[in-house]
Design a binder for this molecule. Structure first.
Ligand code: NAP
Length: 251
């Protein structure tokens, strides 16, 4: 097990809440943080079993906490659980997200709004719940996982792209609101990564994306996880930044 530490010193271990931390990109982020000796509260909605398995690998460092983007009360209870267990909260990595495809002309308006509400409203609710606890940290940091689709757009993804673009405005405004309290708020905009979320993308569309990607391949979970953790704790003079980790898809 890695020594439980904060970056650059031997003060109590840095504590990070990762939403959707039990599977996909979130599980990669959890593993990267654990390897650095951090304490990680892993938010889950459906993946309780997968999250418990992650905890079993390093029980002192991982705490599964129930958190549902659509249930704002769960944001408060997740923060309370972290404080009850570790007494501090230094960083949030807002990774949980949900996708529904469909062109504007065909997607049901309620389904369209639901994507915005979950991805944007869920992130805002957790930040609101966590800000007071994070003020005690030496380096309070928030990373918002957006998507390169929020920057460049994508046909058939108007709801998801709108939510991910809105998260960028949210993060940059929050950076301005909280900077004098030493908060850093940054955005990660990944390109295409093979996870459950992208499993339904048909072969022809995948080939098109690979061809549009300068590096000619998709990203991997560990690559995206390292970029998220870089923003969370290494990028100490970055706030309001948007880091694309997309293999050049957006170029
Ligand atoms: N994969 C890509 O190509 C790609 C590209 C750009 C950006 N992203 C973004 O990266 C993030 C992670 O995506 P992924 O590819 O790892 O997707 P994934 O494999 O589908 O995982 C989604 C994660 O979000 C959580 N989640 C979904 N709905 C939730 C809800 N209502 N409440 C709480 N948690 C919820 C899930 O937790 P449970 O299983 O516990 O419900 C799961 O951990 C998302 O924000 C996604 O938009 C992904």
């Amino acid at each position: 097990m890695a020594a439980l530490t904060s970056p650059g010193d031997d003060s109590p271990a840095r504590t990070v809440l990762v939403t959707g931390g039990g599977r996909g990109i979130g599980a990669g982020i959890t593993r990267e943080l654990v390897a650095r000796g951090r304490l990680v509260a892993c938010g889950y909605r459906d993946s309780r079993e997968a999250t418990e398995k992650l905890r079993a690998e390093t029980p002192e460092q991982v705490l599964p906490v129930h958190y549902d983007l659509g249930d704002h009360a769960s944001a408060n209870s997740a923060v309370r659980e972290v404080l009850a267990r570790w007494g501090r909260l230094d960083a949030l990595i807002l990774n949980a997200g949900t996708w529904t495809g469909g062109r504007l002309s065909t997607l049901d308006p309620l389904a369209w709004w639901r994507i915005i509400e979950l991805n944007l409203g869920g992130a805002a609710a957790l930040v609101r719940a966590a800000l007071p606890a994070m003020r005690g940290s030496d380096d309070p940091s928030i990373v918002v996982v957006s998507s390169v689709i929020g920057l460049i757009g994508h046909a058939g993804d108007t709801a998801y792209a709108s939510a991910k673009a809105a998260l960028i405005g949210f993060a940059r405004s929050l950076a301005k609101e909280t900077g004098r309290d030493r908060f850093r708020v940054n955005v990660l905009a990944p390109g295409f990564v093979d996870t459950d979320m992208t499993a339904q993308v048909p072969g022809r569309a995948r080939d098109g994306i690979a061809q549009s990607t300068v590096l000619g391949r998709f990203g991997t979970v560990p690559e995206i996880a390292r970029a998220a953790v870089f923003l969370s704790e290494d990028a100490t003079y970055c706030t309001g930044s948007v880091l694309t980790a997309d293999g050049g898809w957006s170029l």
